[in-house]
Design a protein around this ligand. Structure first.
Ligand code: URP
Ligand code: ZN
Ligand code: ZN
Length: 461
């Protein structure tokens, strides 16, 4: 089977060129001068549109256990929504329960995802129980293609790791060539602020934001960077939301350290004011870290321009407003933490191009190329080039759309971006050479997605 994606502007992280893309089987066979005569079974007309590498979302949570419930997207629904939005690879998190082994956890996550994904997928491992067995098993995980381990400085009693445990896990990661991903919020201090707020009868969703101040993200980020320096372990800071944390990452990177960070669309577009919406509405925006006062957004865009921030992931973690967010009515600390977004990252970041915050090539870089390179998927993913997987998005930069829960494909009853009017829209999506989304709708299949064994981080020095 061959497909010619003809007439488009091919945009890679290195720049843009007018070219036709010939796909044979599952891979890109060639980039051809526009109109170069070639036979193909199917032609996709990309005239007036961009052709970009399928986006890589390095941070999602499908079917994630949290606060007595599970995130509402299954691997099937979540990866289908991802495809609709031009994301052709996700990296989700297997979650070690206290007392469980890492390898049995990995088996459980394979059982959930294998055969149930519409796009390709990989796993990171959340280590909630740092002990001798877990530390030993980290190497087997890495050999099984899961070489990134998330630790938490937040959520005492659940995922939280002490500084000593973090130090041990980092030293082990350094030994086996793995990277530690860090949820950097000072959970011990936050728990005190939460207890005080509840004792004083402050129970509304906005308190979630007020009890997790940006300073405590900045402090934890600095501490994580210090622990990484002491151990020589590469560090990837997840869901960075605050200027204070960005400053710490920027300084470490300026010193030439192996410190990387992502932010998420919710921190670029939402703010504490959303958490403060009347009634219980703010629960829709409860995630950790919380959306910050709006001035942080300009800092994050600056970080994206200067490469202090390497990538944008969604931290897609959907909980339905009607039944799940409801668990925290009357006590904000019980609101399941997470915001849906896997479908809209590419579109939301394209607004950065439209508004002149970032260039076209940088858009591709932060949505696709850098995540692929950081997480050992490049050059198979993240680039439109001969030999790469034919994960392609034909993107119409002039189409208009309005985000709404009534039309999105994620399995969740609200959108954090309801009513956002966007310029640009995904037109056609190919996953490993197969057209999975086009004007006629979803043409892919649950089960098409394959597990990706990931290699080393390409940026390590
Ligand atoms: O609130 C969030 N971010 N939920 C997902 C879990 C995590 O910490 O990434
Ligand atoms: Zn986290
Ligand atoms: Zn997350």
């Amino acid at each position: 089977m061959s497909t010619l994606v003809a007439g488009g502007l091919v945009v890679n992280a290195t720049g843009a060129v007018e070219a036709d893309v010939l796909v044979v089987g599952e891979r890109v066979a060639a980039l051809l001068a526009p109109g170069f005569p070639v036979e193909a079974d199917e032609v996709v007309d990309a005239t007036g549109k961009y052709v970009i590498p399928g986006a890589v979302d390095a941070h999602t949570h499908m079917e994630m256990p949290f606060g007595g419930t599970f995130s509402a997207d299954t691997f099937a629904t979540g990866t289908t929504a991802a495809a609709w939005g031009g994301t052709t690879t996700i990296i989700d998190f297997a979650v070690q329960a206290k007392g469980a082994s890492l390898l049995s956890t990995l088996d459980r996550w394979h059982a959930k995802a294998d055969g149930n994904c519409a796009v390709d997928y990989g796993f990171h491992m959340i280590v909630s129980d740092v002990n001798d067995t877990s530390l030993k098993e980290m190497e087997s995980c890495a050999n099984a293609g899961v070489n990134t381990f998330k630790l938490f400085m937040a959520y005492p009693g659940v995922f939280y790791a002490t500084d000593g445990e973090i130090l041990r896990a980092m030293a082990r990661s350094r030994e086996i060539g793995a990277t530690v991903m860090m949820h950097a919020e000072n959970g011990i201090a936050i728990d005190q602020l939460v207890a005080r707020a509840l004792a004083e009868g402050r129970t509304a969703p906005v308190e979630h934001g007020l009890t997790r101040p940006p300073e405590l993200e900045g402090e934890a980020t600095s501490r994580a960077i210090t622990l990484a320096a002491v151990t020589g372990c590469p560090l990837y800071v997840v869901h960075l939301s605050a200027a204070q944390a960005l400053d710490a990452v920027g300084r470490a990177r300026a010193e030439g350290r192996n410190v990387f960070a992502e932010t998420c669309p919710q921190y670029l577009y939402l703010s504490l004011a959303d958490l403060a919406k009347p009634g219980f509405e703010g629960a829709k925006y409860v995630a950790s870290p919380p959306p910050r006062p709006a001035w942080h957004q300009a800092e994050l865009w600056r970080g994206l321009r200067t490469n202090a921030l390497s990538a944008v992931s969604t931290d897609h973690c959907p909980f339905c407003f009607a039944e799940q967010k409801e668990l925290g009515r009357g006590d904000f600390s019980r609101i399941p933490n997470g915001i849906p977004g896997v479908e809209h990252r590419v579109d939301l970041l394209h607004q950065g191009v439209v508004r002149g915050e970032i260039g076209l090539a940088r858009w591709v870089e932060i949505c696709s190329t850098t995540p692929a390179r950081l997480f050992g998927l490049h050059p198979r993913k993240g680039v439109v080039a001969p030999g790469a997987d034919a994960d392609l998005v034909v993107y119409d930069p002039n189409a208009r759309q309005t985000i709404s829960a009534a039309t999105h494909h994620m399995n969740v009853d609200y959108s954090a971006y309801e009513g956002f009017e966007l310029t640009g829209k995904v037109d056609v999506v190919l996953s490993r050479g197969r057209v999975v989304v086009d004007g006629s709708g979803f043409r892919g299949a649950v089960g098409h997605g394959r597990f990706l064994t990931r290699g080393p981080n390409e940026y390590l020095v």
